[in-house]
Design a protein around this ligand. Structure first.
Ligand code: MSP
Length: 578
């Protein structure tokens, strides 16, 4: 399969598909924990995407959040099935009026602005240990080829026509708004009156011009069918209702034909319409095609692509502010091109600061580089996913909360249990060393709750991820850690009076809880998991999904590190960008 696929994939994808297929099979012969995830299409590489980021400003915590979700899911897909291969794609959205104007205001060329800010997003991915295989920039020639191909295909199939547009446009959102969605607002400070989008609050400008239009209205029925299909493609499912009613409401304008070009006299920073350089392709059409470009579109000969080895995305992560573009426009274009639709669109809430959406324009952004420097990369990855992992709601960013999470959960539960089960003095009390990885022949009443939690943990964890409740997956691990700490406390193996059985059960279940936690959390905290499993002495070949079963972790000699897993962090302060 790999050889056939390699013949058509771009070199970048061939290398990564190979490297991900090369991961060795677990040594363990134990049965894999039960799966609750939907069965993967055979031969289909797991493909996850993030939105591509505007290069008008430096990355903030919200951008990191979108990227992390895609990273966690593609790492989890590799953990679940190392043979399958997983590709994660991220990148930067570089064309459009917004970038053109920011460059003008900074007195720089758009290309220079794009090069420097795009590099900041790459740096963020590096700094946050994002395992992406593709980083795409819309100014690359491979992308231009893909966009031109899409345009020509749409034109050939009769989905594009020339028309005129008169209406409102918000440069900041790069979006058209109908009359019903704009209202006059008064600037609090200057008293200036202007028109703004009622949805996003951003300023709109009146436009009257000739554009090309895409027959979006023709796709109402298949879009509705897709949106309502099971399992729901739009996650969390609570967001499907609003989309469906926006398509079915008689006065809805959401599916009016979409302007997909701007006169190049107004917008020069973009991809010209093929064979009509007087027009530039609308930046959202350009941007949405990135997911196809990254998957190798237009596939030479089309074969591997159509056979679906990379396309369609198994998971597209987007913030709730850009749902319409991903749940309506992209699927409509794909339907027009006869291409398969994405499997899941995970729409997440926003990070707020003092209850307002974090955004550069408001100036209330948290700097991810600074936060990771202070707390460490994996602590921030865990915090963002634990606190912001409920995609149905927004999450308020707070330095006090990070500190609390670090101290109580990471250090207090995980770190504390690790100290307990790797203490030489306690380990010496074990009647023999192999008892550390050997289940007791007889379980006692005190063990029952913990055993039940541990037996169910991998399936529970997987089920929460499959239903996109990331916060719950992490919470399930911390419930087990808390129960294990309680169990150790109850058995108090350090007491001179502790029976050999109590010492055995406290250390065995403690070590197993941490081994399962460390193995399951690899997608969330890759470095800390490795450190944790090293300290427990777990064989690197036994850190796979199939090893996530109580008592199946194999021989181990704990190697407590000199430093704590979660060392104390000095005096936290609000990490706010200047
Ligand atoms: N360029 C478009 C996306 C094109 S995708 C074909 C864009 N860029 S963005 O830089 O403004 O936003 C990128 C992502 O960051 C979006 O998913 C957005 O929701 C997310 N976030 C931006 N601010 C955010 C928060 N305050 N909180 C969480 N995520 C937010 O839109």
């Amino acid at each position: 399969m790999l050889r056939a696929l390699s013949a058509r994939l771009p070199p970048e994808l061939v290398a990564l598909t190979r490297s991900h297929l090369a991961i060795s099979r677990p040594l363990s012969t134990s049965a894999a924990p039960a799966s609750t995830a939907p069965a993967a299409q055979p031969g289909k590489t797991f493909y996850a995407t993030t939105p591509i980021f505007y290069v008008n400003a430096d990355p903030h915590i919200g951008h990191l959040h979108s990227t992390l979700l895609a990273d966690v899911y593609s790492r989890h897909a590799r953990l679940r099935d190392p043979q399958r291969g997983a590709i994660m794609c991220t990148g930067t959205d570089e064309h459009g009026l917004k970038i053109q104007r920011v460059a003008e205001a900074k007195g720089t060329s758009p290309k220079e602005l794009c090069d420097s800010v795009s590099e900041r997003f790459r740096e963020l991915a590096r700094a946050a240990n994002i395992d992406h295989q593709v980083f795409i920039r819309t100014t690359e020639s491979r992308h231009r080829r893909a966009v031109e191909h899409v345009w020509r295909e749409l034109e050939k199939r009769g989905h594009i026509y020339k028309s005129s547009y008169a209406g409102w446009y918000a440069v900041s959102d790069e979006a058209y708004y109908p009359e019903s969605q704009v209202a006059e607002v008064i600037d609090e400070k200057s008293g200036e009156k202007y028109m703004a989008s009622t949805e996003t609050g951003t300023r709109v400008e009146w436009m009257e011009e000739e554009n090309y239009k895409f027959r979006l209205s023709a796709f109402r029925e298949p879009l509705l069918e897709w949106l309502m299909s099971k399992p729901h493609p739009v996650q969390p499912p609570s967001r499907t209702g609003a989309l469906v009613s926006s398509l079915t409401h008689p006065s809805s304008t959401d599916l009016n034909d979409l302007s997909i070009s701007r006169p190049s006299a107004r917008l020069s920073w973009g991809i010209p319409v093929p064979d009509d350089p007087q027009h530039t392709i609308y930046v959202w059409i350009d941007a949405l095609v990135n997911y196809l470009t990254a998957a190798g579109y237009p596939w030479k000969g089309g074969e591997a692509f159509e056979r679906g080895q990379v396309w369609p995305p198994d998971l597209q992560v987007v913030g709730k502010d850009i749902i319409r573009f991903h749940a309506l426009y992209l699927p409509a274009v794909l339907l027009a091109l006869d291409l398969p639709l994405p499997k899941h669109l995970l729409t997440h809430g926003h990070w707020t600061m003092d209850k307002f959406k974090m955004s550069k324009s408001r100036g209330n952004v948290a700097n991810p580089f600074e936060a990771m420097k202070l707390w460490g990369v994996d602590a921030m990855r865990m915090y963002l996913m634990r606190v912001g992992g409920n995609s149905a709601s927004d999450a308020d960013y707070s330095a006090t909360e990070i500190e609390r999470f670090y101290r109580k959960d990471l250090a207090g539960q995980m770190g504390n249990l690790l100290n307990r089960v790797t203490t030489k003095k306690l380990l010496k009390k074990l009647p023999s060393p192999e008892l550390l990885w050997t289940p007791p022949t007889q379980v006692e009443k005190e063990d029952e709750t913990l055993i039940k939690l541990l037996e169910e943990l991998p399936a529970t964890f997987d089920r929460h991820l499959a239903s996109f409740e990331v916060h719950r997956a992490i919470a399930a691990v911390f419930d087990a850690l808390a129960e294990s700490n309680r169990h150790v406390q109850l058995l108090s193996p350090w007491l001179a009076t502790a029976s050999p059985s109590s010492v055995h059960r406290a250390l065995f279940f403690g070590s197993e809880t941490l081994r399962l936690a460390g193995t399951l959390l690899q997608p969330f905290m890759p470095d800390k998991s490795a450190q944790l499993l090293d300290m427990l002495g777990v064989d690197p070949a036994r850190r796979t999904w199939r090893d996530c079963e109580v008592g199946k972790g194999g021989e181990r000699v704990p190697r407590p590190g000199k430093a704590h897993l979660w060392p104390a962090v000095a005096a936290p302060e609000a990490v706010v960008a200047p």
